[in-house]
Design a protein around this ligand. Structure first.
Ligand SMILES: NC(=O)C1=CN([C@@H]2O[C@H](COP(=O)(O)OP(=O)(O)OC[C@H]3O[C@@H](n4cnc5c(N)ncnc54)[C@H](OP(=O)(O)O)[C@@H]3O)[C@@H](O)[C@H]2O)C=CC1
Ligand SMILES: O=C(CO)COP(=O)(O)O
Length: 328
């Protein structure tokens, strides 16, 4: 079994570690030739999760994406949404033909507010039946530590989801499947916005009492948004939805919460991005969801709060007061 992993960051590294537990051959694409050389020589990713050992017998790093895709059955996309178009720009439809494509990305393409699966369908004619997503509450850092984790593979094609769930199951990862690909993808985008907003309010002095109310209001906001853009019966208390919201809003490892916390403490967006050295998808997601939802009359106090602060340069204190007034 040959699998291509696209992306050299923390989540791609964690996915390579998980897959390496099984009997698979991984062709791992990243953009930096220096990083590829480092991995070949030292068997570790120099910049992300560098404690993880990369086994040369079943993982081969590449900088040529077409070569990395040659002869593989599965493709996993794991670069932040804002860089996906750039990462795959050398490809044509034929490079992805007959491949099963899994997005591990929890974000939307900022230029056109598009989900990754819709981008793949539009630009590369990939059928939704040949796609899935990796969801669930799971930080790359805990995968590196082999802490017990749970992933959900969502696809309208349950056979494909089940096959991929089998590949991702290992000593420290349990997997399950869902058919609700859109709901899970949008809920993952929304939970990043919420975690970022939780970080901002924490930075502004909000306590645990306030955050608990934020998170429960957030669940209702996520439901309102997802019900409008991807209506169907779903159990939002499943770990792919609620679990991911909780881990991102509360974990010390959350990039979105950390980024928001810096904003709440007075950092500019640019300073927070520089300090982080990792991508907080929620920053882009706030604008995507805010713009997308303009045509729908949906109450979104948490998204509005983050949008006003991040994109309208609004007063942190004033927006915090507005948010306090709106939460129940
Ligand atoms: N980290 C986590 O725990 C989890 C992350 N995710 C999702 O996974 C996705 C990837 O995030 P994550 O791995 O954390 O991100 P990181 O911030 O850890 O890494 C970002 C990666 O993107 C690369 N990159 C930047 N620009 C480009 C470009 N133009 N073309 C190709 N690659 C580029 C960087 O390369 P370079 O180093 O060369 O700059 C780096 O390898 C996100 O959607 C995230 O939400 C999902 C679940 C868990
Ligand atoms: O999706 C994640 C955990 O499930 C990662 O969230 P962060 O990007 O905020 O770290």
């Amino acid at each position: 079994m040959k699998i291509t992993v696209i992306g050299g960051g923390s989540w791609a590294t964690a996915i390579v570690k998980i897959l390496s537990e099984g009997n698979v051959h991984i062709k791992w694409w990243m953009r930096s030739i220096e990083d590829v050389e480092h991995i070949k020589k030292h068997h570790h990713n120099p910049n992300y999760l560098s404690s993880v050992e990369i086994h040369p017998s079943n993982v081969k790093p590449y900088t040529n994406l077409k070569e990395a895709l040659r002869g593989t059955e599965w493709v996993i996309l794991a670069v932040p949404a804002a860089f996906v178009t750039d990462a795959v720009k050398s490809l044509t439809e034929s490079n992805l033909e007959d491949k099963k494509i899994i997005s591990a990305i929890k974000g939307m393409i900022p230029e056109n507010n598009q989900l990754i699966t819709d981008f793949l369908a539009d630009k590369y004619a990939v059928s939704h039946q040949n796609m899935g997503i990796i969801a669930g509450p799971c930080h790359a850092e805990e995968v590196a530590l082999e802490k017990q984790s749970y992933l959900t593979i969502a696809s309208p094609n349950i056979k494909l989801a089940t096959e991929f769930a089998d590949l991702m199951r290992c000593r420290f990862v349990k997997t399950s499947v869902l058919s609700d690909i859109y709901g899970v993808e949008y809920a993952a985008v929304m939970k990043n916005i919420v975690a970022l907003a939780c970080g901002i309010t924490h930075g502004l002095g909000g306590g645990d009492n306030f955050q608990a109310v934020m998170v429960s209001n957030a669940m209702q906001e996520i439901k309102r948004v997802v019900d409008v853009i991807a209506p169907m019966e779903r159990d939002l208390s499943a770990s792919a939805y609620l679990g991911d919201l909780l881990v991102t809003a509360y974990s010390q490892f959350s990039r979105n919460r950390t980024f928001g916390n810096m904003i709440g403490r007075g950092y500019s967006v640019q300073a927070a991005q520089l300090e982080m050295n990792m991508i907080a998808e929620g920053y882009y997601a706030v604008k995507c969801i805010y713009e997308m939802m303009q045509k729908h009359a949906v109450e979104m106090p948490i998204t509005d709060f983050a949008y006003q602060i991040l994109y309208k340069n609004a007063s942190l204190r004033k927006e915090f007061e507005v948010l306090k007034g709106k939460l129940k």
